[in-house]
Design a protein around this ligand. Structure first.
Ligand SMILES: [Zn+2]
Length: 353
């Protein structure tokens, strides 16, 4: 199957059907594995906890038992780990605080892209070209994307909740296109993906930010992402890019109208033909410039860096001033001791420092 094109693999999966069941099975499997890991076992047959894995919220708060000897990659060359120290825990707590501050008030569709790592955006542009709507219930929309060349599954599942959806459903007038664009296609969202990248790198971060859908993760990613950067995997990025597109906006708009005119809260499934049509449309457009996801991280990073630089400069200025004052005090003392300054003069000048 290695030679098969990603679009063909995805089309096969769409036509095979049972996508929702498949997604639920993967979710159950992931939850089961997570429970075993939580018990600090490598498998269910393993009776004794042999491999401590997770750094829990209470550990970061200061209850960490150093005998557990967990490893981290923080400030290490790529691929290397070392045992955790007290300073690491403080650094983690600081990273969490900073991230909470940055994401206060939620995250918009555009921000999911602009806050992502360039490497994830590059991967999405190179490998993940299609995101197809599979179904929805209320404001939670289900999508499936093709998978990367090394993946052992033909597709991945991304779920996105549009936080303004339910409010707009009860809007007395037909909702305008611009409203759909601003409040939904570029509105606040919660999201998740079933892939490993999301589960091991980004689920924790989105749990803390309040933007995760599904399972909440309490284990700090001390090995995979101790600096807490990035926010979404390549599958989520492609999905968000499609949501922002004209086709995505049209899809959401129709979904909203359906919800307003038919039964509220019903479950909707996209038909197979319709899903294949969505895919075919995207295959036809995949080489266009507008299919490229453009990251904005440099701008976001530049903002953060500029702030850090300003704070560092202020600190240096303060330190320099203190040093100058200190030196001046020594000089004045010398002048006083040499009899060049009188006691009154010395007192007056010292007060001015
Ligand atoms: Zn993913």
């Amino acid at each position: 199957m290695a030679n098969e094109l990603p679009a063909d693999r995805l089309r096969e999966a769409l036509l095979k059907g049972g996508l929702n069941k498949d997604r639920q099975a993967r979710e159950r499997d992931a939850n089961r594995q997570r429970r075993i890991a939580e018990k600090e076992r490598e498998s269910e047959d393993d009776k004794k906890g042999s491999k401590p894995t997770f750094l829990r919220p209470s550990d970061i708060a200061g209850d960490y038992d150093f005998k557990r000897a967990l490893q981290t990659t923080l400030n290490m060359p790529e691929g290397m780990t070392r045992p955790l120290t007290r300073e690491d825990l403080q650094a983690f707590a600081a990273n969490i605080e900073q991230m909470k501050k940055a994401y206060k008030g939620g995250i918009s569709v555009a921000q999911v892209i602009s806050l992502s790592r360039q490497e994830d955006i590059d991967r999405a542009n190179k490998e993940i070209k299609y995101a197809v709507p599979v179904g929805r219930k209320n404001g939670v929309f289900r999508f499936t994307t093709n998978s990367g060349p090394k993946s052992d599954v033909p597709n991945h599942y991304v779920q996105v909740e549009f936080l303004a959806f339910n409010e707009l459903v009860f809007h007395p007038d037909r909702v305008k296109t611009t409203t759909v664009r601003n409040r939904l296609a570029n509105g606040r969202v919660k999201f998740e993906c079933d892939c490993g990248r999301f589960n091991y790198w980004f689920r924790y971060l989105n749990t803390v930010a309040g933007t995760v859908l599904g399972r909440k993760e309490g284990g700090f990613p001390k090995i995979r992402n101790p600096n807490m950067t990035g926010i979404a995997c390549k599958h989520i990025l492609r999905t968000m890019h499609w949501i922002k597109s004209a086709s995505g906006q049209q899809y959401i708009s129709q979904a909203l109208e359906k919800e307003r005119t038919k039964q509220v809260g019903a479950k909707y499934k996209t038909g197979k033909n319709q899903m294949v049509q969505h895919l075919t449309q995207q295959v036809a457009k995949e080489h266009l410039k507008r299919s490229q996801i453009k990251g904005n991280l440099n701008r976001e990073v530049a903002k953060l860096e500029a702030r850090a630089k300003r704070e560092a400069q202020a600190l240096i200025r303060k330190q320099r001033e203190q040093e100058t004052r200190h030196q001046a005090a020594i000089k004045l003392k010398n002048l006083f001791e040499q009899g060049i300054l009188s006691k009154d003069e010395y007192d007056l000048l010292t007060k001015r420092l």
